[in-house]
Structure formats: C-alpha cells, structure tokens
Design a protein around this ligand. Structure first.
Ligand code: MCA
Ligand code: AMP
Length: 504
C-alpha cells in the first residue's frame, strides 16, 4: 500500500496538467505545480533542519500551499500537527509545550505574537492564505527535494489534538498506515475516482477536511473546488461544476434553509456525505424530499479515522451511520463488564482496524485505559447494531459537546468559568441548537453575595478560549442539581433547558 505522499506523486505523474485545486476568482493549481511546490517546501523543511519524526505544527488559514506543506512534511518523514485557526495564544502554548515541535508555521498576521516562541529548538515561519510568507520565501530559495525519505507504515505521520474529559488536550498519533488504509477504504466505499470534482468547504486542520476530503481527492487524482470556508450560496452556485460534497450536518441544515436547494441545483452531484456529528433524521429526509438525493452519513473519530458508512449502493438509513468500512471491526459491549451485547442492545461502541491510532502522544496510561486487551478502542459513543447490521448512535458516554462539527469538552470550559471572580461553580452542557446541532451552554452558580452577568462571563472568556468553545448562552442558577453521590446531574439540566435555543 503506498503512503499518501507516494499516492500524490503517482497522481501527479498520471495527471500533471489537471487542476488539483480550483478556486473561484483565482488561478488553478495543477498537479504538476503542486508537486513542484511540495518539493520546494520539502527543501525548505530540510533547510530548517526537519528530520524524520520531527513535529511540524501549523496554524494557518486554508490554502493550497497549506495542503502542500502537509504533503512536504510527510515527504521528509516529519509529523504534521495542524491546529485550529480559532485557537488562542494560551491554547497554542499547551500544544507547543506538549508536542515540542521543531517548526511552528503561523499566519503572517500573527507572526509578531508567535515570533517570541522562536527559542531553542523551535523555528517559527509564516504562511499566508495567498501562498505568501517567510516559509514560501524560503521554499522559493531552497533547491527542490525530490527524494522523499523512505517511511514505514508504522511511522508517525500526524498528531491531532483532541480535548479530553480531564480538560487537557491529548495528541492522537496517526501513522502513515492509518491514513493510507482509511483513505483507500473510503475511495472504494464511495466509488471515488479521478473523474470526481470535490466541493471542499471544510477546514483543513481536522480529520474530516484533511484526511477524508483532501486525501481522497489527492490519492484518487481528482480535482478539489477549494473554498476558504462554507458559504451555502457559494456552494449552491458551484454545485453544477462538482460531483461530491463532504460536510458536517450544519452544512446541510444551512443548505436546507436556502430556497435555491432543488433537484435542478443538485442534479450534477453524485454524492453528499455528512459526518463529524449526528445528522438529524428529519434533515436527511427533508434533503431527499427537496433534491431527490439521499445524504450518505458516515461515522468516525480523530483516533480511529472513519469507522462506518452508509452504503453507496443500498439503503442509506436516516439516523444510522451504516456499516463498518473494509477491514474495520465494530462491536457493542456492556459498559462495565465489557461483554459483547447481542444485536439491538445499547452499549459502548468499540472499534478495531487499520485506521485506529497508535495512542496519545506521550500518554501511555491514558492510551492503555482506552483500549481493551484485544486491541479494540473504546470510542465513548453509545449505540446499537441492528439485525440489519447498521450501527445507530444514540448518545455519548463521554462528556462532550459537538457544536457545528467542532468538539468542545465541558471540563475545559467549566475550569475557565469557575476561575472567574464571583463564580462558585458551573456545568457546561450541549443543548439542541437549530444551526449548530448542539449549542455550548453554561449553567453558572454565583458565590454568595455575587450576581452572574451572562455577557460578562462570555466576554471574560474571549482571548482565553477559542470562539467556538465559548458558551452561546450563560444561565445563572442558585444551585446545580446533584444526585446522592454529589455528582452534577447534567442529564437533568439538559432536560430542563432543552428548548433554550429552539423556543425563541
Ligand atoms: C464558528 N463559530 C462557531 C462555530 N463555528 N461557534 C460554535 N460552533 C462552531 N462550529 C463562531 C464564529 O467564530 C462566530 O463567532 C459565530 O460562531 C458565527 O459564525 P458563523 O459565521 O455562523 O460560523 P461559520 O464560520 O459559518 O462556521 C460554521 C461552520 C464551521 C461552517 C459549521 O464551524 C465549520 O466549518 N465546521 C466544520 C468543523 C469540522 O470540520 N469538523 C470536523 C472535525 P463571532 O461572530 O462571535 O466571531 S473531524 C471529526 O469530527 C471526526 C473525525 C469526523 O467524524 O469527521
Ligand atoms: P473527533 O474527536 O473530532 O474526532 O470527534 C469524534 C466524535 O464525533 C465521535 O466520537 C462521535 O461522537 C462524533 N461523530 C462523528 N461522526 C458522527 C456521526 N455521523 N454521527 C454522530 N456522531 C458522530
């Protein structure tokens, strides 16, 4: 099995003059041009001193050059560490401390803030959304490196940080084998070919936009219509020129709000994929009613790559995430005993397969705690496998909110709120939100003699927490509901405030 970088070289050799990236109002970038950019960036990385196993942390706006930087990192045997552009300086500090990258690439606009990090073993360079910045200058001046460092499938290719129930982010270490095997399974499952034209409107710092969407296009030799961000009207404008859209459920909720969504606008599209968060069965049905197309929902995790998918041919069932991908095993077990449950019974979803990560970066105990002895990874998702073999997710055993496809771990937000003056304690929950799926909501108890000003709470989190993690609403209460053991009853809070975003 070739690595992602080897497949990219193969695609570039087969279709040198084909556009890999098409961007409205900007010049295309062909496979041959992308190959040259990757080779020059690989030269720049070598000049900086990146050697196999070195981490390359990247917090930049979406651009073709950022994808080329990812491929160049793989080419020199480096480990790509993409970071959400919404992360604040304080959040970045943790990733840099934990992963100890050799290079940090940031946007030119944030260079002044980040140059101070350039101490000891850390180099800091910039990359702008127009392919500008100091790293590109260095790439232009560096001889192209066309001899990729040989890597094994077990070598590290990427680290993606996912927050945890303890509030501290953990780096999920993915190997070249994880990425390549998952990509091949998806290409096969979704019949993805070089003839495809992918509408790429996702961010490229997460599994969905990078290892699912971009990798599939690169490996298949397809073209990406590469958009800075998701704008439903722009996506509708471009559907006539595309064949596939991959998105989070909020994409589909927003498309459904446009009167332009119709069989006419979608007729050239062969596939709509949804994942990263639950797609409401009613949105699934409404989309089919409006367009005649059935959205294909799939399920995955940063730690495991993609796990299940509804079938390309065969029934795509609303409310189900489908069946295991090639070579992936999924089982549902009893939470406490770990024993296998029969079809139809609800339990913990566990997964084993070639896409499952190696472990959390420098956290052997945490890694061991999340695997069973026979190698199955405990996802923290709760679901059941029906007699029909389809997996249905019914909830989460982990305290996690998914807002517009971004994961928010309540503990991290609660810690930040609890540290504010006048706050006794808080509970952060996800409540049904008509646009984002779940809205991050903080239920806050004041200290005696104090009052909670919801706006002031949100304002004081600005600059400390990424915007998408900040509560959309803060609800002051005199006390939190607790069970006899003293544990906060989040399920009760979710019931009490269930209509907070939907009733207005
Ligand atoms: C932006 N904001 C958000 C979110 N995104 N707040 C909560 N949740 C969000 N997801 C903030 C903005 O900073 C802004 O704040 C305000 O909300 C309104 O922004 P808006 O313009 O509506 O947002 P947007 O820029 O249109 O973004 C919404 C989005 C975007 C298109 C849904 O969040 C997105 O592209 N999400 C995709 C996430 C993703 O790729 N997940 C995959 C993870 P203000 O106005 O105050 O500045 S990988 C994964 O989960 C696994 C492996 C899997 O299975 O795929
Ligand atoms: P992340 O940590 O960003 O990789 O998010 C992984 C989590 O997203 C999973 O554990 C699920 O809880 C959730 N997820 C991904 N895809 C789906 C889906 N199709 N339906 C429901 N939840 C999903």
């Amino acid at each position: 099995m070739p690595t992602i970088h080897e497949s990219f070289l193969r695609s570039a050799a087969t279709h040198p003059d084909k556009a890999l990236f098409e961007r409205p109002g900007r010049p295309d970038l062909t496979y041959a041009q992308a190959k040259a950019t990757v080779a020059h960036l690989a030269g720049a990385l070598s000049a900086i001193g990146i050697t196999p196993g070195d981490r390359v942390a990247v917090q930049v706006l979406k651009s073709p050059e950022a994808i080329c930087l990812y491929l160049a990192t793989l080419a020199v045997g480096g480990v790509y560490l993409p970071l959400n552009t919404a992360y604040t300086g304080a959040e970045i500090d943790h990733f840099i401390d934990d992963a100890a990258p050799r290079l940090f690439v940031c946007a030119p606009e944030t260079a002044t803030e980040h140059r101070r990090r350039a101490t000891g073993g850390l180099a800091v360079e910039t990359l702008g959304s127009d392919g500008d910045g100091s790293l590109m200058d260095l790439a232009g001046a560096s001889p192209p490196r066309t001899d990729p460092v040989p890597v094994a499938m077990t070598d590290h290719a990427a680290i993606l940080y996912t927050s945890g129930t303890t509030g501290r982010s953990k780096g999920a270490v993915l190997t070249h084998g994880n990425l390549a095997s998952n990509c091949e399974a998806l290409i096969e499952c979704w019949r993805f070919t070089e003839a495809d034209r992918l509408l790429h409107a996702l961010p490229i710092f997460h599994t969905h936009g990078l290892f699912v969407a971009a990798d599939m296009a690169i490996v298949a030799g397809a073209t990406m219509i590469f958009l800075d961000a998701f704008d439903p009207e722009q996506v509708l404008d471009l559907m006539g020129e595309a064949t596939v859209l991959m998105g989070v459920p909020t994409f589909y909720t927003r498309l459904l709000r446009s009167p332009r969504l119709s069989p006419g606008t979608t007729s050239g599209m062969r596939l709509f994929v949804s994942g990263s968060a639950p797609l409401l069965a009613e949105d699934h049905r409404a989309f089919t009613e409006r367009t005649g197309a059935a959205i294909l929902e799939r399920y995955g995790m940063t730690e495991t790559c993609m796990i299940t998918s509804n079938p390309y041919e065969g029934e795509r069932i609303p409310g189900s995430v489908g069946m295991p991908l090639r070579d992936v095993e999924v089982r549902v077990t009893d939470r406490e005993s770990g024993t296998l449950l029969p079809p139809g019974e609800i339990g913990m979803v566990e997964v084993r397969g070639p896409g499952v990560f190696e472990g959390y970066w420098q956290m052997p105990e945490k890694t061991a705690a999340e695997f069973r002895d026979d190698g199955f990874f405990i996802t923290g998702d709760v679901g059941l496998i029906g007699e029909d073999g389809y997996l249905r997710l019914v909830g989460r055993d982990k305290d996690l909110v998914i807002s517009g496809g971004y994961n928010v771990y309540p503990k991290e937000i609660e810690d930040a709120i609890d540290a504010l003056p006048g706050v006794l304690e808080s509970a952060v929950i996800g409540l049904p939100h008509p646009d984002l799926g779940e809205g991050v909501t903080a239920i806050v108890v004041p200290r005696e003699g104090h009052e909670i000003d919801p706006r002031a709470v949100i304002d004081s989190l600005a600059g400390r927490l990424a915007r998408y993690k900040q509560p959309k609403r803060v609800v002051p209460v005199p006390e939190l509901p607790r069970n006899v053991m003293g544990k906060v009853q989040k399920a009760e809070l979710r019931r009490t405030y269930a209509d907070l975003y939907t009733s207005a």
